[in-house]
Design a protein around this ligand. Structure first.
Ligand code: IMP
Length: 445
C-alpha cells in the first residue's frame, strides 16, 4: 500500500499571511474531491498565533486549535513542538461550541510531549519585555504577544518546565508547585531589580483558573498522538501540517532577537511529529501580495505612513491575537528568496488579492548592499531597498467581476517570473480573493 504524505502549509514572511483561511480552503477542496486529509497538525507555536476563518460571515479566530474545526472527520492534532496555555485552550473549545455549535473535544489529539505554558509564564514574558524597554529603550523591545511563549520554550529546554503528560502523573501537583515557586522567585527578581509591578491577587486568580483548566484538559485525548499520526500515514492517509508563525520569525534563521521562540520552518514538522523525511509531501508557501509585520525589529520594505494607513484599513491589518496595528510593506523578494532557500516550497498561494486600495503598487526587489544574494545578519543593517513599481487594481470586487483584473494578472506573472529564478521553482498555485473558504481562484493545478 502506498503511504500517506504530509502537506505543509506555512508562511514565508512574518506571519498573518492568511494560513488559517488557506488551510480551510484546502480542506474544503479535498473534501469535495473525496480525498480528505485525516488530520491537521499544529506543530510549533502556541496562543501567540491567531488564524481567522469565516463561516457565512461569522468570524472564528483560532489560536491553538488547528484550522479544521469545520470538518467533522478531521483530527485536530497538537504535536510535541507546541506550547499550550490550558486556560486559553479550554476557552477556545468552549467558544467554538458556543458560536458554531461544534463539539471539537472528541477530535482533539494532544501530544503528551507538548509543552505547558505555566500560569506565571505570561507575566514573566511581560516582565522581560518591560526590562528590555528599561535597559535599551522602547524601540528594542521584541514586541512579544505577552502569552508566555519564550518562557515556556526556555523552561522546556532547561528541563525545568512541564509537559502535557505531566498532568496525568501522580506527582503532578508537586511538580507544579515547584515550578510555580521557582517562577515566582524569578518574578520577585524583576520586582526588586527593575521595579516591575504585579498584583498578588491577579496571580492567585490565574493559578486557580489554570488548575481548573487542567482538570478540564484531563478529559481530552492526551497521549502518544505522534504514533497515531504515523499509523495514519503508514496506512495511506494524508495529513496537513499547519504552521503557526511565519518563517522570518524562526528562532534560528529569523531576524534574532525579533523572532518567536520556536522553529517555524516547514521542516520542523519532522521533529515535532517524529517522522522521517520520506513522508514530506507538498510545501505550500502562503503569502499576501504585500507584507505585514507586528512587534519589534526592522522591516526594510515598509511603506510610507500614508500608504500604510490605507492598507491597514482596506486589509483590516490589526493583530488577531493582540489587536495591534500591523506595519505594512511591499512584498520583499530578498526575504522570499532567502526563505525559499531555507524551505524549498513546491507551491505558492497568494492571499488578499482582493485588497488593493492604491493606483500604484511596489515590489521590493533587493537590498542594494547585498547584491551578491547573501542575507544580512541583522535586518537593521539594510540601508537601501530597490522597489519596482507596477499598476495597482483599486476598486476590484471579485463578487461583482470574478475575472482577475489585468493589473493583478501582470503582478502575479511578475511573481511567477521571480519564482523561476529560485532554486525550488515553486508553482504559483492559487490566489485567495476573499475571506471565506470558497473565495479562491485556482491559477494552476
Ligand atoms: P512571541 O511569539 O509572543 O514571543 O513574540 C515574538 C515575536 O513574534 C513578536 O514580534 C510577535 O509580534 C511575533 N509574533 C508571534 N506570533 C505572531 C503571530 O501569530 N502573528 C504575528 N506576529 C507574531
Amino acid at each position: 500500500m502506498q503511504k500517506g504524505k504530509i502537506d505543509i502549509f506555512y508562511g514565508p514572511c512574518w506571519c498573518d499571511e492568511g494560513k488559517g483561511k488557506i488551510v480551510d480552503s484546502a480542506l474544503y477542496k479535498r473534501g469535495q474531491e473525496g480525498n480528505q486529509y485525516k488530520a491537521v497538525v499544529r506543530f510549533q507555536g502556541g496562543p501567540n498565533a491567531g488564524h481567522t476563518l469565516y463561516r457565512a460571515g461569522v468570524k472564528c479566530v483560532l489560536h491553538q486549535i488547528p484550522s479544521a474545526v469545520f470538518y467533522p472527520d478531521v483530527l485536530l492534532v497538537s504535536s510535541s513542538g507546541v506550547v499550550i496555555d490550558p486556560i486559553l485552550y479550554v476557552s477556545e473549545v468552549a467558544e467554538i461550541q458556543e458560536n458554531f455549535s461544534i463539539d471539537v473535544a472528541p477530535r482533539l489529539r494532544i501530544s503528551h510531549r507538548a509543552k505547558l505554558i505555566s500560569p506565571l509564564a505570561p507575566l514573566l514574558d511581560r516582565a522581560e519585555e518591560s526590562r528590555r524597554t528599561g535597559v535599551r529603550g522602547d524601540t528594542n523591545k521584541v514586541g512579544t504577544t505577552g502569552k508566555g511563549i519564550g518562557v515556556a520554550y526556555a523552561s522546556d529546554r532547561a528541563r525545568t518546565g512541564m509537559r502535557l503528560g505531566d498532568i496525568l502523573a501522580p506527582d503532578f501537583m508537586e511538580k507544579f508547585e515547584t515550578l510555580f515557586a521557582f517562577e515566582k522567585m524569578h518574578l520577585a527578581f524583576h520586582v526588586e531589580k527593575f521595579a516591575y509591578e504585579y498584583n498578588e491577587e491577579e496571580i492567585a486568580i490565574r493559578k486557580q483558573k489554570w488548575l481548573e483548566a487542567i482538570e478540564v484538559m484531563r478529559a481530552y485525548m492526551i497521549g502518544d498522538v505522534e504514533h497515531e499520526v504515523r499509523t495514519i500515514l503508514r496506512e495511506g492517509g494524508d495529513v496537513l501540517a499547519e504552521g503557526a508563525q511565519g518563517s522570518m520569525l524562526d528562532i534560528d534563521h529569523g531576524d534574532y532577537p525579533y523572532v518567536t521562540s520556536s522553529s517555524t520552518l516547514p521542516q520542523e514538522i519532522l521533529l515535532s511529529l517524529g517522522v522521517g523525511p520520506e513522508y514530506i509531501g507538498e510545501r505550500i508557501a502562503i503569502m499576501k501580495w504585500y507584507n505585514t509585520k507586528v512587534g519589534g525589529g526592522a522591516f526594510p520594505s515598509r511603506m510610507d505612513a500614508e500608504l500604510e494607513k490605507k492598507f491597514q484599513e482596506a486589509g483590516g491589518e490589526f493583530g488577531a491575537t493582540t489587536g495591534r496595528p500591523r506595519m505594512c510593506g511591499w512584498l520583499d523578494l530578498a526575504v522570499l528568496r532567502y526563505v525559499f532557500d531555507l524551505s524549498s516550497p513546491t507551491k505558492v498561494v497568494v492571499t488578499k488579492a482582493d485588497i488593493c486600495a492604491v493606483d500604484e503598487v511596489g515590489i521590493a526587489t533587493g537590498y542594494t548592499e547585498y547584491a551578491d544574494g547573501s542575507f544580512p545578519y541583522a535586518l537593521a543593517d539594510v540601508q537601501d531597498v530597490a522597489v519596482e513599481k507596477m499598476p495597482g487594481w483599486p476598486g476590484w470586487n471579485p463578487k461583482e467581476s470574478p475575472e482577475l483584473p489585468p493589473a493583478l494578472r501582470a503582478y502575479l506573472e511578475r511573481l511567477e517570473a521571480f519564482f523561476q529564478t529560485c532554486d525550488s521553482k515553486p508553482l504559483l498555485y492559487a490566489v485567495s480573493i476573499g475571506p471565506e473558504h470558497e473565495d479562491m481562484y485556482y491559477w494552476k493545478n
